[in-house]
Design a protein around this ligand. Structure first.
Ligand code: P6P
Length: 354
């Protein structure tokens, strides 16, 4: 594919008019994410060279996971980049228990966007030099402009997203995002700190031969997942399926989008609602997946139609090549008792808050 030499900055501006009511605010928001990505990339690439950035902070984040310094650094970098440029009115992060309201500076105005972010997804891989990523999701606020954000601005279904993207800090660093007009990938030239359009109009193959799942949890899987895995492993003829699992959603998703495949993190006895978070992992990756012609569900229903009930809510996640997700769902729907009732979860959550 010929190198287009179009930079991410030019692409954002050139496509600004695609976006309704665009006042340039979304473009500035995306540029803030671009800046933070470059700063985080620099630290990620120092792995093993800089003692003060590796290893555990020792504290636990809201997920009960030991926070690694790189997690904390990435989180602080994205929050700083987004708040200093006043391009958002609120931020929610995997690393923070509560959302962060952003106050407008003197004689300035509050942005109409909120961002939800997983600043360093798969960070446990960082210490062993395996690819990690960042995931972000952008919404227009639903409460009145100019007032402080509320939890309602964050608890929106994924089908209301205005933009979503990920960064994969791999052999090269790529930023892949959508504003609802397809998916485009940009590769960083670290020598000059510029992202170039390297993967225009990315598409999930309709079929694929890769399944990505942590088979170490096999005994905990719902029966439908066990049946689907057996289907993949016992398929006739030469083995059309292979298992590839990096332990980093962004990396597994990125490879499956380029080659064709399915990523599954199901519910199970060890994760009753799955492990992945709906708002800042599954919805943004689901938006990208659908925009690239793939399919993203919880094994039964479209992930982006789920009504969220909690900021750090977890859901089962099936995502990738459309025909592979459809086949997995054929097995899942034989067991309706494993389907999650999100309306009931929302009701319980509201009752708890009263
Ligand atoms: P497990 C990383 O923590 C993450 O959220 C995803 O990036 C990754 O696919 C998954 O969890 C790995 O979880 O339980 O297989 O280690």
């Amino acid at each position: 594919m010929a190198k287009t030499y179009q930079t991410l900055g030019e692409f954002i501006i050139d496509n600004q008019e695609d976006f309704q009511y665009s006042t340039g605010e979304l473009s500035r928001l995306l540029s803030s994410i671009r800046l933070a990505t470059k700063i985080v990339n620099q630290q990620v690439n120092k792995n093993g060279l800089v003692d003060d950035i590796l290893g555990d902070v020792g504290e636990e984040n809201v997920q009960g996971e030991t926070q690694k310094k790189l997690d904390v650094f990435a989180n602080e970098t994205f929050i700083k980049a987004l708040t200093q440029r006043e391009v958002v009115c609120g931020i929610a992060s995997e690393e923070n228990e509560f959302f962060i309201p952003v106050e407008a500076k003197a004689n300035s105005h509050l942005s109409k966007y909120v961002v939800l972010i997983d600043p360093l997804d798969g960070s446990s891989n960082a210490d062993v030099n395996v690819t990690v990523g960042t995931i972000f999701s952008i919404y227009r606020r639903v409460t009145p402009d100019g007032t402080p954000v509320t939890i309602e601005d964050f608890l929106q279904p994924g089908n209301k997203q205005v933009a979503a993207g990920y960064v994969v800090y791999g052999l090269s660093t790529m930023l892949v995002y959508t504003t609802g007009k397809g998916v485009n990938g940009f590769t960083l030239d670290p020598s000059i700190g510029i992202f170039y359009l390297s993967h225009p109009d990315m598409k999930f193959p309709k079929d694929g031969g890769i399944y990505s799942i942590n088979e170490g949890n096999y005994v905990h899987f719902p029966q439908g997942v066990k049946d689907y895995l057996k289907y993949c492993q016992q398929s006739e003829g030469d083995r059309p399926y292979t298992s590839r699992y990096i332990g980093s959603l962004v990396s597994d998703f990125h490879r499956n989008m380029l080659k064709g495949g399915i990523y599954i993190y199901p519910s199970g006895t060890n994760h009753p609602y799955g492990k992945l978070r709906l708002l800042y992992e599954c919805n943004p990756m689901g938006f990208l997946c659908e925009q690239a012609g793939g399919k993203a569900t919880d094994g039964y229903q479209r992930i982006m139609d789920i009504e969220p009930s909690e900021l750090h809510q977890r859901v089962p996640f099936f995502c990738g090549s459309e025909n592979m997700v459809n086949k997995a769902e054929e097995f899942m729907t034989k067991y309706p008792e494993d389907r999650i009732d999100y309306k009931e979860l929302k009701k319980i959550s509201l009752e708890k808050k009263e």
